[in-house]
Design a binder for this molecule. Structure first.
Ligand code: UDP
Length: 363
C-alpha cells in the first residue's frame, strides 16, 4: 500500500515535471518568436518624410496596415493634412530643419522612408537652387541625422528620371544613368550619397526608382488631391470635372502606335507595398540596393484618354499641343529585380480599374 502510494506520487511528479518542461519551452519559444518578429517585422517606428503627399500618404497607410508605428514628417508645402491617417503621429516640419530631424530621431526611430522632395521637372530647370536646397541638402540633413542617432535603414523615393533618355526599353537597372533634367540629377545625387554612406558602414538604403505613379487608395482612405498638379492623370481629372478647360496632349507625332507618348503607369498602392517590402528586406539582409518599380506595360496618352472616357462615361475636352521638351517617346520599366529581391509584383494590371480609383474621389 505504502509502495503503491509512493509510486503514484512519483508518477504525478514526473508528469508534472514533463508538463512544466513542455510549457516552459513553449513560453520560451513564443518569447523568442515575438522577439524575432519585433526585431525584424512589426512594431518598428518609421519616420515617413513627405508622408502627407500623394505617394507618401499611401506608404503611410501601407505601413499602418502592416502594424508599423508611423511618424508623418511633412511641411505641408504640397502635402495635405487630410492625408494623415488617425493611427499616425504627425510632425509639421521641413527637412531643412536639422534640429527638428535630430530631435525626432533621438526619440527612437528605427527606419526612415524619404519621399519629401520637389518634383516639377520644368521648375527644376528654371530654379535649380531651389531643388539643390530642398532635395539634395534636405536629404543630406536626413542622412546626417540618421548617422547621429544610429538609424540604420532608409527607403528612398527615387525616379526613372535618373536614366535620362532611354537607350532601350524596357529599362533595367543596368541601363546607363544620365539624367537630362535637374530634378533627375537631384535623385541621382541622393542615391550617390546614400551609396557612399552605405559603403562607409553608416546605414543601408533602398532606392526605389518609380516610373509613372497613378491611382488612389481603393478603400478611399487617402483623399487629398495635389495642388497645382503637373502630371497627366490629375490634369485629366481637372479637365473631366471642369476645373480646367481642357487637356492638351503634348505631341501626336511620336514614333509610337498612335503617335502619343507611351509610359509605364503603376498604381500608387502597388508602389506603397514595395516600400514595406524594401524595408523588411533591408532589416533582414543588411545590404543596400536600387530597383525599378513599374509594370513593364506601356500605355499611350491617347489610350489613357480613351480609358478615362470609358470610366467617366463622357467625352473629355482635349486637343493636341506641341511636344514637351525632354519627353522620350517611350519609357517602360523592367522590374524583374524588384520581383527577385522583394517578391514585388504589381496587383493592378487594368488601366480602367486604376483610373476608376482616381475617379472615385470625384463622385
Ligand atoms: N502629358 C500630356 N499633357 C499634360 C501632361 C502630361 O500630354 O498636360 C503627357 C506627357 O507628355 C507624358 C505623359 O503625359 O508623355 C506623362 O507625363 P507626366 O508629366 O504625368 O509624367 P512623366 O512621364 O513626365 O514623368
Amino acid at each position: 500500500m505504502h509502495v503503491k502510494k509512493l509510486c503514484l506520487v512519483d508518477c504525478v511528479d514526473k508528469q508534472f515535471s514533463l508538463l512544466y518542461f513542455i510549457s516552459s519551452r513553449a513560453i520560451l519559444t513564443v518569447l523568442y518568436i515575438t522577439y524575432l518578429l519585433r526585431e525584424f517585422y512589426i512594431l518598428e517606428k518609421v519616420l515617413v518624410a513627405g508622408g502627407a503627399g500623394y505617394i507618401g500618404s499611401h506608404v503611410q497607410k501601407q505601413l499602418l496596415d502592416e502594424g508599423f508605428k508611423v511618424i508623418v514628417y511633412d511641411d505641408l508645402s504640397s502635402g495635405d493634412i487630410v492625408n494623415v491617417l488617425p493611427g499616425a503621429e504627425f510632425i509639421q516640419a521641413n527637412i531643412l530643419d536639422k534640429d527638428k530631424l535630430n530631435n525626432v530621431m533621438k526619440d527612437g526611430v528605427d527606419a526612415v522612408i524619404h519621399l519629401a522632395a520637389k518634383k516639377a521637372v520644368g521648375e527644376s530647370m528654371v530654379n535649380p537652387s531651389l531643388y539643390a536646397e530642398n532635395n539634395i541638402s534636405g536629404s543630406i540633413n536626413i542622412l546626417n541625422a540618421m548617422v547621429e542617432n544610429q538609424v540604420k535603414y532608409i527607403v528612398f523615393s527615387s525616379s526613372a528620371a535618373v536614366y535620362g533618355m532611354p537607350q532601350y526599353c524596357p529599362i533595367d537597372e543596368k541601363h546607363p544613368i544620365n539624367p537630362i533634367n535637374y530634378y533627375g540629377y537631384t535623385k541621382l545625387a541622393i542615391e550617390d550619397n546614400m551609396r557612399w554612406f552605405s559603403q562607409l558602414g553608416k546605414l543601408n538604403y533602398a532606392a526605389l526608382r518609380y516610373f509613372n505613379a497613378v491611382g488612389y487608395d481603393a478603400d478611399g482612405a487617402i483623399r487629398g488631391k495635389e495642388r497645382n498638379p503637373q502630371n497627366l492623370m490629375p490634369i485629366i481629372m481637372e479637365a473631366a470635372t471642369g476645373k480646367r478647360e481642357k487637356l492638351s496632349i503634348f505631341g501626336n507625332d511620336y514614333d509610337t502606335p498612335d503617335g502619343t507618348c507611351v509610359r509605364d503607369y503603376v498604381h500608387v498602392s502597388d508602389l506603397a507595398k514595395a516600400h514595406t517590402l524594401a524595408l523588411k528586406y533591408l532589416m533582414n539582409k543588411n545590404t543596400s540596393f536600387a530597383v525599378n518599380l513599374g509594370t513593364g506595360r506601356g500605355t499611350s496618352v491617347q489610350e489613357i484618354v480613351d480609358a478615362t472616357e470609358k470610366v467617366i462615361g463622357k467625352k473629355l475636352n482635349y486637343d493636341f499641343a506641341p511636344r514637351r521638351p525632354g519627353d522620350p517617346a517611350k519609357l517602360t520599366a523592367n522590374a524583374d529585380l524588384a520581383h527577385q529581391l522583394l517578391g514585388w509584383s504589381p496587383q493592378y494590371t487594368n488601366i480602367e480599374e486604376i483610373i476608376q480609383t482616381v475617379w472615385n474621389l470625384e463622385i
